[in-house]
Design a binder for this molecule. Structure first.
Ligand code: ATP
Length: 358
């Protein structure tokens, strides 16, 4: 078990800054997901926690102990990668055993550890198979067994599911979380997939361009996004964003007017964000509705998404009943529910939640 603290971490490669001002407290026993688009610094951060890379500035503490300059083996962490390495010429049993080669365990203790790991990951029937005789999911489970058999203080997982097909990803998602909860081992899981993050994380750390945008539970990140970046990165279909302005306490964007008086918001440009489940589809000229031209209708089974272009070419999405009918080119209106709107300032930070329509 380990509590991990990152203090004012900065990592630069020559003049390129990959991670900056990063303060992160990873709670003992939690499943923390680091989420962000490609190149935002997730892997760099994970590698610094592992000791595979070293910060240019800042400190890393494991249970209060400064490990910033320590090599990986001084930290007792186990890494699982996207295409985790199994020795192709060794059976699963030998592959798992290879993780224990530097340990001081007796032969009997090793055998017990391997048996426990194989049981947890349901690999018992496969222990004598070679990696080439197994499916992708089985190989990933074998790689996970290699990681858990050492009983590390922390698991570091770098997109371990992204090379697998969709069905397998889905089942391994819950398997991994279930295993982590049974073991109680701190886990840091890197992904760019927001569904993985929402379904797996006790908390999610959202990163953008080398900075931590927000850290919180999936519920906090989704329902109280700190920035436009977080708001639009999480949620499917994505949040609608409408550019507008505050004038005397009222938000205006074309026909949309939402009274935010009493919130002390200064005049100036502001973006409105509203999720597709919080808009109403109306006639194009209905009061408070943004006129759109239907661009696509996507059927999701239990519901559909109608996508429309507004006058500026901005795409707006509305969740509708599966029986909803519209043709490409039809004219509709999309009206945000005032009480469900988020507002973001010119700096991208969230500034207020609306009260009532003007
Ligand atoms: P992905 O999801 O694509 O792996 P990521 O969020 O994990 O992205 P990192 O791999 O941490 O991103 O990389 C962050 C930035 O640092 C990238 O722009 C990358 O090009 C740069 N970078 C990473 N490693 C090095 C290196 N060894 N030398 C120079 N630049 C690097």
């Amino acid at each position: 078990m380990a509590k991990i603290e990152l203090r004012q971490i900065r990592k630069s490669y020559d003049r390129y800054v990959a991670v900056e001002n990063l303060d992160l407290d990873i709670i003992d026993g939690e499943f923390l997901v680091m989420l962000g688009p490609s190149g935002c610094g997730k892997t760099t951060t994970l590698n610094m926690i592992a000791g595979l890379d070293y910060p240019s500035q800042g400190q890393i503490l494991f249970d209060g102990r400064d490990v910033t300059a320590e090599p990986p083996h001084g930290r007792n962490v186990a890494m699982v990668f996207q295409s985790s390495l199994l020795y192709p010429h060794l059976t699963v049993r030998k592959n798992i055993e290879a993780s224990l080669r530097h340990s001081k365990l007796s032969k009997a203790e090793r055998a017990q550890r391997i048996a426990d790991a194989a049981r947890m990951l349901e690999l018992e029937p496969m222990l004598d198979k070679l990696p080439s005789q197994m499916s992708g999911g089985q190989r990933q489970r074998a790689a996970t067994a290699k990681a858990i058999v050492r009983e590390p203080a922390c698991f570091l997982l770098d997109e371990p599911l992204s090379a697998l097909d969709a069905a397998l990803r889905l089942s391994l998602r819950s398997e991994l979380v279930n295993l982590q909860k049974r073991l109680g081992t701190t886990a840091v899981f890197v992904t760019h997939d927001q569904v993985e993050a929402m379904t797996m994380g006790d908390r999610i750390a959202v990163m953008s361009k080398g900075n931590l945008e927000q850290i919180g539970t999936p519920d906090e990140i989704y329902n109280q996004p700190a920035s436009l970046f977080v708001a639009t990165f999480l949620g499917s279909p994505p949040m609608n964003v409408v550019a507008g302005a505050i004038s005397n306490g009222v938000f205006h964007a074309g026909p949309v007017a939402i009274d935010l008086a009493g919130r002390g918001i200064p005049n100036g440009p502001v973006s409105l964000g509203v999720r597709p489940q919080h808009v109403t589809v109306t006639a194009p000229d209905a009061p408070g509705a943004i006129p759109v031209t239907v661009y696509a209708l996507e059927h999701l089974g239990r519901e559909s998404v109608v996508i429309g272009d507004d006058a500026t070419g901005n795409k707006l999405r509305a969740l509708v009943d599966p029986g909803f009918h519209a043709r490409i080119g039809d004219r509709l209106g999309i009206a945000p529910e005032a009480g469900a709107c988020f507002f973001f300032g010119a700096d991208g930070r969230r500034i207020a939640v609306s009260s009532s329509p003007a």
